[in-house]
Design a protein around this ligand. Structure first.
Ligand SMILES: [Mn+2]
Length: 347
């Protein structure tokens, strides 16, 4: 297991100087944020990013994410050009030593929350998904940080309508087409592709979502018979549906060698199916982080792992979910569990 940390580049209020001070941190996962979705990333920008990270004694082996253009997901417009661009990005990233690429196939909205700074009883704040509040939202007029805000209300309405017409099976078809196009390139470049599950793992605003549960993960992996075709298994995304037994899924897909990147975080599932993102410790949420790491340990996980979102604590402000302190606590907690497992089992 290699412990890593997400870093949003030089604009990130959390600096590499701080990240390198977290014990046992091997590297960061990052991306080129200045290039519009679907375009080819200039090689000099990739080189520059890598040099910045390595100058601080950290590795850059994982890219999160190379986003997939909506035209690819909808199978319309310039999707063929965007798929070719995607292949070129895989080649260029591989040439700079990237070993793993995280991506997702969520239509329009990436992760969805009803509030990004919900106060908790201990004075910290966190991202929450309260069903009642999400049901009241108008997706065409909605903007949350991290979402593509470049659409006008009319464009957003059209886009949402197109996905409703496409439906789940249409989305599967376009995902299959994308996978069959890009995977031979990834295999040739020896780059592991890890799809990130949908967050949360259910349909929102009537838009299809398909990377949501075990049955669909099985169907996804069956699309291409090669180990490079795998998962970025995110415990917090899959885990906010109580039907997903995360340690069991880690065992299953880890044994198959299909988990390339692990996102570990905890969520507290509320009675009505809403959830709050909690501290990493098992005692703070509904998921058992020790059982998850035990599963990774038992399958001999060699991939990358990172603490996923954290709360905002100790007065920190910044990008919701991506402050320094709570994620650093999460990394230390997980490193402690891992070291204990190694000592108990003699490595
Ligand atoms: Mn995640």
């Amino acid at each position: 297991m290699k412990m890593t940390f997400r870093w949003y580049g030089p604009e990130d209020p959390v600096s590499l100087d701080y990240i390198r001070q977290i014990p046992k941190m091997t590297g960061v996962v990052s991306a080129i944020y200045s290039v519009p979705v679907g375009e080819v990333w200039p090689s000099d920008k990739i080189k520059e990013l890598k040099a910045m990270v390595e100058a601080k004694g950290l590795e850059l082996e994982v890219i999160e994410s190379v986003p997939v253009h909506e035209d690819i997901k909808l199978g319309r417009g310039n999707y063929k050009i965007y798929i070719e661009n995607y292949k070129e990005n895989i080649r260029r990233l591989a040439a700079e030593g990237i070993k793993c690429i995280c991506y997702n196939f969520m239509p329009v909205f990436d992760w969805t929350r009803s509030r990004l700074d919900q106060p908790l009883p201990d004075g910290s704040n966190t991202l929450v998904y309260y069903k009642e509040d999400v049901d009241k939202m108008d997706p065409a007029r909605l903007a949350l940080p991290g979402w593509d805000s470049s659409y006008s209300t009319d464009e957003m309405k059209e886009l949402i309508g197109a996905y409703k017409v496409l439906g789940e099976e249409g989305l599967w078809k376009n995902l299959e087409c994308f996978i069959h196009e890009i995977m031979p390139v990834a295999v040739e470049c020896d780059v592991n592709m890890g799809i990130h599950p949908d967050d949360p793992p259910w349909s929102i605003f009537g838009i299809p979502r398909i990377i949501t549960n075990e049955e669909n993960l099985d169907r996804f992996l069956a699309l291409y018979d090669d180990k490079h075709h795998g998962l970025s298994l995110c415990s917090g995304s899959l885990g906010c549906s109580a039907f997903n037994d995360i340690p069991r899924l880690i065992h299953k897909y880890g044994t198959m060698g299909r988990i390339h990147f692990a996102h570990v975080r905890n969520v507290k599932i509320l009675e009505d199916g809403s959830f709050e993102e909690s501290a990493h410790d098992s005692s703070c949420g509904s998921l058992d982080v020790v059982e998850m790491l035990k599963a990774y340990y038992e399958v001999g996980f060699q991939g990358y792992l990172r603490p996923d979102h954290g709360r905002m604590i100790w007065g920190e402000t910044g990008k919701p979910g991506y402050g320094l302190y709570d994620r650093a606590l999460g990394a230390c907690y997980m490193n402690g569990i891992w070291e204990t497992l190694e000592k108990l089992h003699g490595k």
